[in-house]
Design a protein around this ligand. Sequence first.
Ligand code: NAD
Length: 321
Amino acid sequence: MIILPEKEIASLIGRAEAFTAVERVFASMAKGDAYNFPVVREAIGHADALYGFKSGFDRSSLALGLKSGGYWPGNADKGLTNHQSTIFLFDADTGRVKAAVGGNLLTALRTAAASAVSIRHLAPKGAKTLGMIGAGHQSTFQMRAALEQRAFERVIGWNQHPERLDRLTAVAAEAGLPFEKVSLDRLGGEADVIITITSSFDPILKDAQVTGGTHIACMGTDTVGKQEVESALVARATAFTDEVSQSLSLGECQHAAREGLISETDITPIGDVINGRHSGRTSDDELTLFDGTGVGLQDLAVAASVVELALEKGKAITVDF
Ligand code: NAD
């Protein structure tokens, strides 16, 4: 089997490869070639940890496996990241283990790739202003991937603790763009593309705050109860997602669905747009929303890609297992 430690991942895979892998697997999911197995997530009653598995199989690429990991709130005091994960790939023909791959950076890359895929396929072509809500660990990955999708001219941002937005100011500066900290009213009114990437359990962005043909990528809501935007905003938008069942159960659409504002048929898998079965945005004035819930197949796709790259570059550690 091949072992790819966390510290090797950054030198092997970048945003472009992650984008391709995620776009491809979303397309496979929409065709019915790839499917996710039920997610397991448990509070283990030790170290306050939440531990679980995300897994699936893609018949077109033969990626089979799981991501195992979760959240250990005490890790920061030990000099470790609170989110920890490892991806295991298996040979779809024999069931033998193929690879163990560090999953921390890959999680950030595949999550940023998902919103970037949605921006490429759904954002207004002439989008000039990117709006960021949230300034945590994932936010810089989200922003870098988003900036590559349109000729953005500026970035505006809001965060509960505004001083944390300095990390996004630095990312904008890398891209030669101005960054401004703004109110939610200004963000909703001025941004052509909005990314929400927080761990909020209450709606941050309200329906009335968003005007015009905006594209919103809701990326933070990945658990029952979390919520980043008002359900009326979800209901007003043309909604897309990675996986419809997950969007309804634990994604941003869970609240609008529970309140009876939308139903399953109102949410389109983004893969249908990639595959040309859905036209996506139909006018510059349309409000589109991508509910990026995060699926195991994204993890398997980027892990398979990084294993391939490691083999090509002669960087794979192989052990007899
Ligand atoms: P983080 O802890 O580093 O940052 C959290 C962010 O949320 C900060 O900006 C914080 O200010 C903000 N926030 C927290 N509570 C808030 C509240 N009540 N109101 C407004 N803002 C609030 O987390 P992170 O690693 O950047 O992850 C952000 C979110 O993305 C988490 O919810 C995480 O579970 C989720 N996530 C989703 C996917 C996916 O595939 N969709 C993948 C990874 C992480």
